[in-house]
Design a protein around this ligand. Structure first.
Ligand code: C2O
Length: 544
């Protein structure tokens, strides 16, 4: 027995290290994002290598108030009044005067005040451009609230406090933001709202795209040239809404995939590459790109996440994104849809300033019900147009035989393919699952390991059954799957490794090739001097 003693001690030790290892792994692999240490600010940077290499530094560090951070509770932040957000293009002169006054006061606050316009803009800049390393994680991995399931709840909280601050500055607790109804292709919402174009007002920003000033319709995804006729642009817009919201019926497809403590956008593996949802990667990024000023190095202000919220139109843009989250949840013809239920989603922590300039700690799960936060949206009847959009098919027979004859390669799951450079366009034959589709699931295309350096704006567009698709191929048809609008970014977050997913079953049915065993997938890149690579293509069934 004596002899056993050292051995059992050793066993104990190795058990101990085993448990330590498990705990460490558990921390890295399954834990929600935590609030970073706000004293650990790094200067966020943004680089542009298109043309002359250039790095712009943005000091997005947040002011730290002298009072300690408080936890959000519905009791503490009770809504005395409902906040009813209306379409910006229908705003009254009285409202326009009011919002201008509120922003004027916000802009007049000192930068050291968390309620100031500068500090408000910096909240966005620092949590998307490498301002703060994640807490409790080694390796200096930045907090990132884009490209994942964090996107919708973080931005909803952001608007919630921003709106409360504006209201308190003008002494009107019912003050509400407006939404830029860019998805509205019938009653005028799809242009930059006139109220934001009045020069010398506090909601005007001169750094905007001169090519999309009203009455030009703002396109929702790249490849739409500025000089196209309005009906062409609006049909493309309707299909972009349809593909990124209506057929994206799962939480993953619509709002994006997991971002946990330790998720690293720049350095992830194909397996862990973060995934933005259709609402974010598609139409939301499209609006950022088209509103940003192409005369600026990095499409400032809206076309770059470091500067986007320096333009007051940002908050109207995001009110629409926020509204569309509710539309996706409750107003789709196939019934109610559901958010993620993963604890790492629900318990993700964020920090904001309230109307007293106090830091507040909030959780993603408390943002899931907007009405509980007192936020209401005036119903837009124009939604019906894209909800019921019926994309026409350009083709009606499988393109596979011709593709095989012309040497189009087969591509499967990563890692068997190595790294594939898309060039400006690339087509592949992809096998579909052989088993019958379970009734409660969707057929989904996954583009694995998309990689690029975000020095300039580039879009990755996906089509099915259209080999030979290029950057001028129209995106209003059933062959169009969606666009990943890749916004230029920063030093630390320049390198992007991402996953992209599109529902594809609806497209195949519309074309009439839903019985085929394989399909042709084509990817198009809008810039010839930006390299975009992928590691694989896969079609499988995913649960609703
Ligand atoms: Cu945080 Cu519209 O981006």
């Amino acid at each position: 027995m004596e002899v056993d003693h050292p051995t059992s001690k050793m066993r104990c030790l190795s058990f101990l290290s085993f448990f330590v290892a498990i705990t460490v792994l558990a921390r890295v692999q399954a834990a929600p994002l935590q609030i970073p240490d706000l004293t650990q600010c790094e200067i966020a940077s943004a680089s542009a290598a298109a043309g002359t290499p250039l790095t712009l530094y943005f000091n997005c560090c947040l002011p730290i108030p002298s009072t300690p951070m408080v936890d959000f509770s519905f009791d503490k932040y009770q809504t005395v009044q409902e906040h009813i957000r209306r379409p910006a293009h229908t705003a009254s002169e009285e409202y326009i005067a009011k919002i201008n006054k509120a922003y004027k006061l916000m802009k007049a606050l000192p930068d050291t005040d968390g309620r100031s316009f500068k500090a408000q803009a910096n909240l966005h800049c620092s949590f998307c451009n490498g301002g703060y390393p994640q807490k409790g994680i080694s390796g200096n991995i930045p907090v990132q609230v884009h490209f994942s399931w964090l996107f919708l709840p973080w931005h909803r909280w952001y608007l919630y406090f921003h709106e409360r601050i504006l209201g308190s500055l003008i002494g009107d607790p019912s003050f509400s933001l407006v939404y830029w109804n860019w998805d509205d292709q019938v009653s005028g919402g799809n242009k930059i709202p006139e109220m934001f174009t009045r020069v010398n007002t506090s909601i005007y920003d001169e750094k905007r795209n001169p090519n999309v000033q009203p009455p030009v319709v703002v396109p929702l995804a790249a490849t739409t040239a500025y000089n196209q006729s309005e009906s062409i642009v609006t049909n493309k817009n309707l299909n972009n809404m349809y593909q990124s919201i209506v057929t994206a019926s799962t939480a993953t497809l619509f709002m994006g995939g997991a971002f946990r403590a330790g998720t690293d956008l720049s350095n992830s593996t194909v397996i862990n590459a973060p995934l933005g949802g259709g609402i974010e990667n598609g139409v939301h990024n499209g609006i950022h790109y088209y509103t940003g000023d192409p005369r600026q190095e990095l499409l400032q202000n809206m076309g770059n996440f470091a500067t986007a919220s320096r333009d007051p139109i940002f908050y109207a843009h995001h009110s629409n994104v926020d509204r569309l989250w509710n539309v996706w949840r409750f107003d789709m013809p196939d019934g109610e849809r559901f958010d993620h239920t993963d604890p790492d989603f629900l318990n993700a922590e964020f920090v904001f300033y309230d109307e007293n300039g106090q830091l507040v700690r909030v959780l993603a799960k408390d943002a899931l019900d907007s009405q509980k936060l007192g936020i209401y949206y005036k119903k837009a009847t124009s939604d019906d147009l894209w909800i019921n959009y019926d994309p026409p098919a350009k083709t009606n027979v499988s393109a596979v035989p011709a593709a095989i004859a012309s040497g189009v390669p087969y591509v499967g799951e990563s890692p068997l393919n190595g790294t594939i450079n898309i060039g400006t366009n690339f087509s592949a034959i992809v096998k579909r699952p052989i088993e019958e589709k379970p009734s409660k699931s969707l057929e989904v295309l996954t583009i694995e390991g998309v990689q690029t350096v975000r020095d300039e704006f580039v879009a990755l567009i996906a089509f099915v059954n259209l080999p030979g698709a290029g950057s001028t191929t129209t995106t209003d048809s059933a062959e169009y799957l969606g666009t990943f609008n890749i916004i230029p970014a920063t030093g630390k977050n320049r390198n992007l490794v991402a996953t992209v997913k599109y529902e594809i079953g609806d497209n195949l049915k519309r074309i009439g090739i839903q019985k085929q065993e394989e399909v042709v997938i084509s990817l198009v890149v809008t810039k010839s001097n930006t390299t975009v690579t992928i590691e694989g293509l896969k079609i499988d069934y995913e649960d609703q």
